[in-house]
Design a protein around this ligand. Structure first.
Ligand code: FES
Length: 85
């Protein structure tokens, strides 16, 4: 199974909107799914300047953007994806 890649935006807008806390994500991922997840830092993903993109912080989970990302929402999405595989 390919790893699910989580790209956390490190751009200014996302950082100011709380994105910095998202780097604690690894500590919140259940042990049983940790091997399936790869966490990366990303430069500005470009969504902060697009009208109608939603609220920062932005995170990419594989090729899908999550707006207003929180650790809880990311973990829930990762569990959902892994359980559906
Ligand atoms: S700063 Fe995060 S999308 Fe631009």
């Amino acid at each position: 199974m390919n790893k699910i890649v989580v790209k956390i935006c490190t751009g200014t807008t996302c950082h100011v909107m709380g994105g910095g806390h998202l780097f604690d994500l690894e500590d919140h991922i259940p042990k049983e799914i940790q091997d399936h997840i790869q966490i990366e830092a990303s430069r500005c993903l470009g969504y902060c300047t697009q009208k109608g993109s939603g609220r920062a912080p932005f995170v990419m989970i594989d090729d899908v953007v999550m707006t207003d990302a929180t650790i809880d929402r990311i973990v829930a999405e990762l569990k959902r994806r892994i359980n559906n595989v």
